[in-house]
Write a protein that binds this ligand. Structure first.
Ligand code: G3P
Length: 216
């Protein structure tokens, strides 16, 4: 059960590395575009900054092009690059081939339990449902995660819940059976906070300050 940072920004990777408990950096083409640098160049930099796995999404127009991108990224750091493959039937043979070659794969933008089931057939290491988007598009993204969890039970494929916008949504995805979540850095920080924890800490601090130093 791990938490990943959903970002392609080297500064976020640096902060995630400093936190010490973040398991991976997950990028996607939108996050790469936000940074405004070539994806492969960012992959190299993120792998230098961050000690764990970095997720890299294939984007080429043709299947052969997507396969080339996967191999190119994989060769940068074979033990640490997770290749993200968008959920589409034509990508499943590629996902299978890459997994058979020993790559860690993540079938991403998964929107149904059926797609998750097929991702398990091609030995995907992860499936990534976009929870908040699914709630907006279908009504209940958390329910989709719950169905996926039931269907994937007993397989090697794990749910990496993505598109999570709040602490309560992250909690709901985990309760629904997601083994892992990927969230923006600000949300990781928010998950570590609670106003009543801060209140308790303030009370402890006040108690310490109220103690009279013993006379020497
Ligand atoms: O990894 C990307 C996923 O988290 C999608 O997020 O905000 O585009 O719905 P969003």
């Amino acid at each position: 059960m791990a938490i990943f940072v959903d970002s392609a920004d080297p500064d976020d990777a640096r902060r995630a590395q400093a936190l010490g408990f973040v398991g991976a950096v997950t990028t996607n083409p939108s996050l790469v575009a936000k940074v405004g640098r070539p994806a492969l160049e960012l992959l190299h930099e993120l792998l230098e900054i961050f000690d764990g796995p970095v997720f890299y999404q294939v984007t080429a127009e043709t299947l052969a092009g997507r396969a080339d991108q996967a191999w190119e990224a994989y060769r940068v750091a074979p033990q640490r690059v997770v290749v993200k493959i968008p959920a589409a039937t034509e990508n499943l043979p590629l996902a299978k081939e890459l997994a058979a070659a020993g790559m860690m794969t993540c079938v991403t933008a998964v929107c149904s339990a059926a797609q998750a089931y097929l991702a398990a057939q091609v030995q995907a290491r992860y499936v990534a449902p976009y929870v908040n988007r699914l709630t907006r598009q279908l009504g209940d993204g958390v329910a989709v995660v719950r169905d996926m969890a039931a269907i994937l039970r007993g397989t090697q494929t794990e749910i990496l819940a993505a598109s999570l916008k709040s602490v309560s949504e992250a909690e709901a995805a985990l309760l629904a059976g997601a083994q892992h979540i990927t969230v923006p850095l600000d949300l990781i920080v928010a998950m570590g906070e609670h106003e009543f924890s801060r209140q308790a800490i303030a009370e402890f601090d006040a108690a310490v300050r109220s103690m009279v130093e013993p006379a020497r």
